[in-house]
Each structure stands twice: as C-alpha cells, then as structure tokens.
Design a protein around this ligand. Structure first.
Ligand code: FMN
Length: 167
C-alpha cells in the first residue's frame, strides 16, 4: 500500500452560521475521495461571544479565549488545514488560542482558508494565519478565501484545485 497523507482540518465556525464548518466538511470529502486520511476538528471556546460587537472586539484585539480541549496530536498528521471566518478583518479568536497552544508544527504542510461576507480584511486575516503558522515551523502550501454564499458546487471546484493540485 502507498503512503497515505494524514490531514487534520482544524477550524472554528460560529455555531449559528456554520459557513466555515461547511467548507471544512467539503474539504474532508474532497481529500477522502483522494484516499487520504482526514480528521476534522472543530474548536470551540468555553464561552462563545454571541454579540456582534463583542465578537469584533475579541477578534480585533486578538484575544485568546479558553477552548474545550481537543485530543489532537500533530505527530499523527502530515498536513494541517486551518479554517476561520474573518471577524473584524482578522481570524476568529478561537484560532488565536489554538495556534498559540498547539505546539510546534515543524515541517508540516499547512493550508489555510478563511470564509467571509463582503471580503473586507480577508487578505489581512489570511496573512495573520500564515505568519502564525510560519512561526510554528509549518510550510504554507496554499491559501484560499470562500465567500459565505458561494454554492457548495463552486466550493467543491475550488477545493479540488486547492487540495489535489498543490503548487
Ligand atoms: C463578529 C463578526 C465579524 C465579521 N467581520 C467580517 C469582516 O471583517 N469581513 C468580512 O468579509 N466578513 C466579516 N464577517 C462575516 C463572516 O466572516 C462570514 O459570515 C463567515 O463566513 C462566517 O463564518 P462561520 O459561519 O463559519 O462563523 C464577520 C462576521 C462576524 C460574526
């Protein structure tokens, strides 16, 4: 049997909307079709801000809310995909906590994506994710944006290009 790539998809998605969750699910489907082993991990803060302005403030000031623990061990994975909504031009706060606490990612291939509405700040949010991943030692292979209202078919096409033709 050949080498099977093992990918962890770590993402935050606000409970009431779920756009990033949808992309993470479609990404998992795409990779599984390629015969890869995929483990999606949805991270959640113990206290999830539910008020738009509180969410924006937490994101803007790069807060790190405490998260429910995950059992993820990166030793078991070759690649990590990080997904986040854009909040106030930045990644969602839960992702800050995760990347601060996840330990070294030396030599792991990393892909990051953000989901957004109008798109303001999407590049900035991706740059922040890329920097945080690079500090951890990960090799950034690809990045992508997804507008929240893109159809699942449009997203599947983008994901297929993103995940199955690494540049
Ligand atoms: C607090 C908050 C701040 C947001 N800020 C932005 C923003 O700066 N730019 C943007 O394009 N979309 C922004 N959005 C829209 C979300 O990025 C978009 O709806 C995203 O797909 C939500 O993903 P989710 O459903 O997985 O949480 C914001 C949404 C929220 C709740």
């Amino acid at each position: 049997m050949g080498f099977v790539v093992r990918t962890a998809i770590v993402y935050y998605s606000y409970t009431r909307t779920g756009n990033t969750h949808r992309i993470a699910r479609l990404a998992a489907e795409t990779l599984r079709r390629e015969g890869e082993k995929v483990v999606p991990v949805r991270i959640r803060p113990l206290k999830e801000a539910a008020n738009f302005f509180a969410q924006c403030a937490e994101a803007f000031f790069a807060k790190k809310p405490e998260l429910y623990r995950t059992l993820l061990d990166f030793k078991d994975f070759d690649r990590i995909i990080i997904g986040s909504p854009v909040w106030a031009f930045k990644p969602a706060p839960a992702i800050n906590t995760f990347l601060a606490e996840c330990g070294a990612l030396d030599g792991k291939e990393a892909i990051c994506f953000v989901t957004h509405a109008g798109g303001a700040g999407r590049k900035n949010a991706l740059e922040i994710l890329k920097k945080k991943l690079a500090i951890k030692g990960a090799c950034i292979a690809q990045t992508a944006f997804f507008r929240g209202d893109e159809t699942s078919e449009e997203c599947r096409v983008k994901l297929s290009k993103l995940l199955t033709n690494p540049s």
